[in-house]
Write a protein of this length. Structure first.
Length: 415
């Protein structure tokens, strides 16, 4: 499980985090061919959980939209979907042949644009709500019960020609946690509103023209400094259907490799600075503030804790491969903040991390322009654009989440 600052900031109020709800679910990063989930996971001991009303609102005039609820049943550890009726649970089973379609439809048709489709969802962990335009998504099951979910990194995927996206949620005895995610890609606009016993929370999500804005921005950036930014744009019949993150785009056959090493000059400048300057990282946890310097061997060392070798550009975009670690200890906490500072382009300018000024993010000319454009195309700049985009000062909702112990209704606006 990856360490996240939300585990300090919000866990006291609600024992739910994005990485907790994704832990063990193999959903955090799309696989290069198929994202495949195991048939079962360890069941957690949970108290009885009330169901939750969910309103689905179609914002795409003249288009058929479909919702697909998928989650982990907490009492049994089994994956399930909600059927097209929005009520019946569909369990994948274990077919004899690989890539067997699900036994029944799990695409819930949304009502006409501007109207609501109401469903009631049961408790679930590691949940996702997928949305698609034009037709329902296709899911498959393999022997042993492994589920093949849609993959944007596989051009042969049965859903490759569709616009689709998802939001993430967990509903249990501790309440609801839901968030938007653009860690892998951006496509269909989704917005969240959570009604609670004490008020309302809202995350506007991608704007109506947000996808095109991101694509146009990357095209402009490609002309400005590196044509590789165009590799992230995926079009079907001349229409942009999604934009991939630089981490995921490099898995495609169409990847030109021009973005390989893109961040290296910035990383090198930062490493040079901290050979003679202290880097102070506030762990925002029990470890307090920790000071480090780059040694003659090129390793950023934090005395008594550990060292962090100079990362590659690919490692920074990925955030999970060495030298980054995903442990819930002091070093994992430090590398989360280094990942955020390197993706946002704040490490060189600010020796005190994490940078608490959102206005300073992405100002460096060499930065994660995918993340920069995602935040410029979402309401309030909220939504995960890289795995540690939840590193922030308390009160700034970078990751686009709604969370409460006493939810009464979740509204999801799509399109």
């Amino acid at each position: 499980m990856k360490f996240t600052p939300r585990q300090q900031i919000f866990m006291e109020a609600l024992m739910l985090t994005r990485r907790t709800l994704l832990g063990g679910a193999a959903l955090a990063v799309a696989a290069p061919v198929l994202a495949t989930l195991p048939g079962t996971a360890a069941a957690a001991a949970v108290a009885a959980v009330p169901s939750l009303a969910v309103d689905l609102i179609n914002r795409r005039a003249g288009k058929s939209l479909f919702a697909h609820f998928m989650g982990l049943e907490q009492t049994t550890g089994r994956w399930f979907f909600l059927a097209a009726d929005g009520r019946t649970r569909v369990y994948p089973g274990s077919p004899t042949a690989p890539m067997t379609p699900l036994s029944r439809s799990v695409g819930i048709p949304l009502a006409a644009a501007g109207t609501r489709k109401s469903v009631t969802i049961p408790a679930m962990s590691s949940g996702r709500v997928y949305f698609s335009v034009g037709r329902a998504l296709k899911f498959f099951v393999n022997p042993g019960g492994g589920i093949a979910t849609p993959s944007v990194a596989n051009p042969a995927d049965a859903n490759a020609d569709l616009e689709w996206a998802f939001c993430e949620l967990t509903l249990d005895a501790n309440g609801l946690y839901a968030n938007l995610s653009f860690v892998d890609f951006v496509s269909v606009a989704i917005g969240l509103t959570l009604d609670t016993a004490t008020g309302q929370q809202a995350v506007g999500g991608l704007t109506a023209t947000g996808l095109q804005k991101v694509a146009t921005g990357l095209t402009s950036q490609a002309a400005k400094d590196n044509p590789g930014w165009r590799d992230l744009i995926v079009s079907t019949q001349g229409k942009v259907v999604r934009v991939l993150s630089p981490n995921l785009a490099r898995e495609l056959q169409a990847w030109t490799g021009r973005l390989e090493g893109y961040l290296n000059p910035y990383i090198e400048q930062s490493w040079q600075k901290y050979r003679s300057t202290d880097l102070r990282i506030d762990t925002q946890s029990t470890w307090g503030k920790i000071t480090g310097r780059v040694g003659a061997d090129g390793v950023l060392r934090f005395p008594g804790i550990g060292g962090f070798a100079r990362p590659s550009s690919a490692a920074v975009f990925n955030c999970s491969i060495p030298p980054f670690v995903t442990t819930n200890d002091a070093m994992g906490n430090i590398t989360a903040r280094l990942a955020a500072a390197l993706n946002r382009g704040t490490l060189l300018a600010n020796a005190n991390q994490p940078d608490a000024t959102p206005g300073a993010f992405y100002r460096a000319p060499v930065t994660n322009h995918y993340a920069r454009l995602i935040h410029s195309a979402t309401a309030g700049g909220a939504g995960y654009a890289f795995p540690y985009d939840d590193v922030h000062s308390s009160g700034y909702n970078t990751e686009g989440r709604v969370v409460d112990r006493r939810p009464t209704k979740l509204t999801i606006r799509v399109g």
